[in-house]
Structure formats: structure tokens, C-alpha cells
Design a protein around this ligand. Sequence first.
Ligand code: NI
Length: 185
Amino acid sequence: MILPIVAYGDIILKKEAEDIAKEFPFLQELIDNMFETMYNAEGVGLAAPQIGKSIRLFIVDASPFEEDEPELKDFIKVFINPIIVEEKGEEWAFNEGCLSIPGIREDVKRQTHVTVEYYDRDFNLIEETFDGIAARIIQHEYDHIEGILFTDHLSPLKRRLLKNKLNNISRGNVKVPYRMKYQKA
Ligand code: NI
């Protein structure tokens, strides 16, 4: 089932999300629905707050970046209750977008390597280090469960320049090729 994606401006996107237990109701169905929702919107990552659930869960499919990084061919992962153990390396800029902030893309600087401890969809505990575009997507999605959006990383000047566009998104004055849920203005 395709779920509506929460648009910029909703407070759920600014909240720190909560850990979940293995017995979380309908977890597998929720994960399947998140994948369906992400693919329908042509995204490479989706975090639970973006479909209205303030829980520490996000999904990633980096395979559209296979041309840039061949090892991303089958990079499809589910992260439950993740913790960033370490981030390291030089900061590099990458042009980020977000399904909750349609029509806006900006360069964001983040470190090259990220080590994450997380549970997969079968609740196996895993510690793994990622780099390149995989790290980038994971850092962006991890931010979502911490209540941080990529626009929060921009300079005050950049944010001011985007203010009208962001206001329009929060009010639903934007054309989006997938279903969104807007905050009531
Ligand atoms: Ni996002």
C-alpha cells in the first residue's frame, strides 16, 4: 500500500523518533509499505517519520546510483533502532533532495564514512561501516529519525532564500507526482 508522504512543515519531521520492539505491530507490513511508497516516489531512502510514524526505522535502496558506484547494485537495506557509532573522514558536498521537500535540492556537506549499529528487518544486530553515496543516504535518513532535515544543514542565508518555497510546500502549494500529507495551515 502506498502511504502519503508527510510534507515539510509538519512537526513530526522535527521530533526525535522512538526505538521500537521486535513485536511492533505489523512491522513487516509497514516495511513493505514503506518500500512501495519510496519506489512510487522514486526515492532512494525513506524514514518512518515521513509516513507519519515517529519510530526509529528507515529504508534505503541505493541501486539507482549503480552507475556511479557499481557496488550499490543490490544495496537495499532496512535500519531499525540504528545508532551512529562513528562518523569520520573529510566533509564532502553532495546535492541532496528529500521526498518531504519536493522541488528543492541543495549541496550538503557530510563526512565520508559512517559506522552504524542497527537491527535488520529480522532483528539481527549488525554493525557496519558505509562510505560514498551509501553513507550519504544513511546519514540523511538517520537525520530524519533525529528530527533533522537537510535544510537544517544549510547556511542561514541559503535558508532565507528558500523560505518562500518551503512555506509553499508546507501549505501544499506545490505540484508533486506522489501523494503527500500537508500540515493544516
Ligand atoms: Ni529526506
